[in-house]
Design a protein around this ligand. Sequence first.
Ligand code: FBP
Ligand code: MG
Ligand code: MG
Length: 297
Amino acid sequence: MATKDVNTASSARDVRTIDEVVEVIATTAPEIRTGLPSRRVAAEDQNPSGETQMAADIWADELLCERIGALEGVGEYASEERPESIDVGNGPLSVALDPLDGSSNLKPNNTVGTIFAVYDAPLPAHGRDIVAAGYVLYGPVMTMIVARDGSVDEHIIYDDASYELVREDISLPENGSVYGFGGRVPDWTDEFEAFAREVEQDDSRKLRYGGSMIGDVNQILTYGGIFSYPALESAPEGKLRVQFEGYPIGYVLETAGGASSDGTKSLLDVDKDELHARTPVYIGNSDLVAKLEAALE
Ligand SMILES: O=P(O)(O)OC[C@H]1O[C@](O)(COP(=O)(O)O)[C@@H](O)[C@@H]1O
Ligand SMILES: [Mg+2]
Ligand SMILES: [Mg+2]
């Protein structure tokens, strides 16, 4: 489960590269947001996970690949939308993205986001190789969460691509008050369902689930509580991808003093060497994640 035991950049060059990656993510966000209205339609292709891509998924991926690939310190780029990682230079760091998380939410106009992770290793990399991670949320306000150097910060991104630090060193609130669980209920395991019912019975907590992981995770970072996209009867590895969703979210939550788990151990300790491998995802306050792990035993 583990909290606050995360890796950070060790050289001045890597620190500068992370600054540049964050800058690209932030300054590209208004452009991505402006380009979404005309791209809320399905594309012809499927992504490597077999899901229908939206035009916006492919477009955001290409835009970010071009800009992140141009950074001197970045050697490899990968995303949920392309089968293989690509060599983009000789830099020592790798960047993995979910260019638009929750893109099925574009149609009903709910939150979507861009998730990024910087790894100090070739791809597919391990969770313990992450040196910075975060995400942009294209909500009513554009916000960017950045976890690095043991701190999680929130910025507001403005339409002119400037951004402002608004919350520093965010800690997960104690006594978490929200929960959100993905997957079809009849497809949950008996153990997970029993745990979910117990969480629901606590009258200090409310359901908050929008179907875009990054929006749902940001609810937890804001109010505390627990989010899961669990192992399912029909899909024991769940739905979310280790490299593009599991590791970065684990890194953000653990840096904020919360916990992450695949059901038995920290998401950052998941060992999967396939770029598009999936994992069950459970994140939130440490006490709730510990209870969940005990319930799944
Ligand atoms: O449609 P479901 O099964 O509820 O899945 C929702 C989950 O799928 C996702 O949309 C997958 O992410 P992508 O949209 O990036 O493929 C998550 O954001 C979300 O938690
Ligand atoms: Mg996603
Ligand atoms: Mg996506």
